[in-house]
Design a protein around this ligand. Structure first.
Ligand code: ADP
Length: 453
């Protein structure tokens, strides 16, 4: 039988750990047995076959030393998966054998430590596949039955642990004790294997459910992407018509009409921004989005582009945007992701700050990282909500009061973009004083080269 194939613990590092643990445990067992024998010889009148027992504990120590040499020194803990499984199986079989002889020569079923076989059976059933575990348990029960029978029939000697015990009474009790132990071993093996089977079944069901949720999530993302794309076209067209009316291309309009068109235009602008955020979100969370290539980018140029894109909002609120960026500062990143990051930070700072206040964008490099800081004098974020603002659809109460339109998606998109670029985010904020968002990005680009989904 290929014992290695019977192993049930799939994870290589776990088996490696178990092997190490077994070797250490065996040192303790060998030491414990030797110490117990020493005490028994020195302080008790037990009439056990001590030379055999010392020999067995010596064998245990030598066998373990060879395991240790093979595993730690010769193979430097680098056994192939199959070898490791076979090595573990040999150890378990060897342990059964040595434990059996130790127990047999110290009173056999008289010895309370005979129940160590139950722990051994439980461990075997945990580590090995059901078939292999049952073979181990069945073999053990058969060996016990044969030994009980042989002792009962007087074919082999009984090494009494307690000399005062009545040998005739022991022989009479043998079948019952043997049956009790065999039953415990068989039930332990069965219970452990069936518990394991149930856990494995539950694991499989969880995996199926997870797959189902992933599929649903993909369907949701695709649906969101399609719907938002469909909505964007007509909305952009409506905005175009508003502009035509406002510019007088469709004919003269009254001041009231122009005012109403202005309001309608602002609302459709907001709607378009929300739809763009949803498109970005659906795109960033899509599992199979294409790999985004990284390229050297001038940070000052990126900041300038973001300022241009947000200038209308800044002008409407009469806000100042100060920038501090060392000339020539560059980083390797994907341009679209960088635009998403900067635009989200600046738009939020403009949205959640009072009219006439100042937003400061500072960029710098340190220790292979580029740091971008966007600081505002706005409403701030309560400390208990700081961790939540990066969650999808989360908006603070004050933000909802101040700005009705908002999806709560911007920062979760930003977080994904920063992660894709191999960076990290930090925020500090004080209610009614302002917030500072810090983005740290590796200057040489994400470790994998390009950005991956
Ligand atoms: P949205 O702006 O659409 O609400 P975001 O994901 O961009 O969504 O932001 C999530 C929330 O984080 C906002 O609703 C707001 O409560 C908070 N927030 C983000 N940036 C700032 C900021 N600069 N100042 C105050 N609150 C902010």
């Amino acid at each position: 039988m290929d014992l290695g194939r019977g192993l049930d613990v799939a994870d290589y590092s776990t088996v490696n750990r178990v092997v190490r643990w077994f070797i250490n445990l065996r040192w303790i067992a060998a030491g414990g047995v030797l110490a117990a024998l020493g005490v028994a010889v020195a302080f008790t009148r037990l009439e056990l076959p001590f030379p055999v027992l010392f020999l067995l504990s010596g064998i245990l120590a030598c066998v373990n030393a060879s395991y240790w040499l093979f595993f730690h020194v010769l193979r430097r803990e680098q056994l192939a998966q199959g070898e490791l499984a076979a090595f573990l199986s040999v150890q378990v079989a060897g342990d059964y054998l040595l434990l059996f002889f130790l127990i047999y020569f110290t009173g056999f079923l008289e010895n309370p430590l005979v129940f160590f076989f139950v722990f051994h059976t439980l461990l075997t059933a945990y580590l090995f596949r059901t078939g292999t575990a049952l073979v181990f348990a069945g073999g053990l029960v058969a060996v016990f039955a044969a030994t009980v029978g042989a002792e009962y029939a007087g074919l082999i000697p009984h090494h009494a642990l307690f000399p005062s015990a009545d040998p005739a009474a022991y022989v009479l009790q043998l079948p019952l004790r043997g049956a009790g132990l065999a039953g415990t071993i068989a039930i332990s093996a069965y219970l452990m294997t069936s518990i394991k089977r149930r856990i494995a079944e539950k694991g499989r069901r969880i995996e199926i459910e997870l797959d189902r949720y992933k599929t649903l999530d993909r369907v949701k993302s695709n649906f969101l992407l399609q719907v938002t794309h469909e909505l964007r076209g007509p909305l952009a067209a409506i905005n175009g018509y508003h502009e035509m009316i406002a510019r007088g291309i469709t004919g003269e309009s009254t001041p009231r009409t122009l005012e109403t068109i202005g309001k309608a235009s602002r609302r459709t602008d907001n709607l378009l921004t929300m739809i763009d955020e949803m498109i970005d979100f659906a795109y960033m969370t899509a599992e199979l989005r294409p790999k985004l290539e990284a390229a050297p980018l001038a940070v000052a140029e990126l900041i300038g582009e973001t300022l241009d894109a947000c200038s209308a909002l800044a002008d409407t609120k009469r806000m100042r945007v100060q920038t501090h960026c060392p000339p020539g500062l560059e980083l390797r990143a994907n341009r679209d992701l960088m635009r998403i990051i900067l635009a989200n930070l600046l738009t939020n700072s403009l949205k959640y700050s009072p009219e006439g206040s100042t937003v400061t964008i500072t960029a710098g490099a340190d220790g292979g990282e580029v740091c971008l800081m966007v600081k505002d004098e706005g409403i701030g974020i309560p400390p208990e909500e700081l961790d939540r603002i990066f969650e999808e659809f989360y908006r603070t109460r004050r933000a909802r009061e101040l700005e009705r339109d908002g999806t709560g998606l911007g920062l979760s998109i930003l977080k994904k973009a920063v992660e894709d670029l191999g960076g990290r985010i930090a925020v500090t904020s004080e209610v009614d004083k302002g917030s500072s968002f810090f983005i740290y990005l590796p200057q040489d680009g994400p470790r994998t080269g390009g950005t991956t989904p």
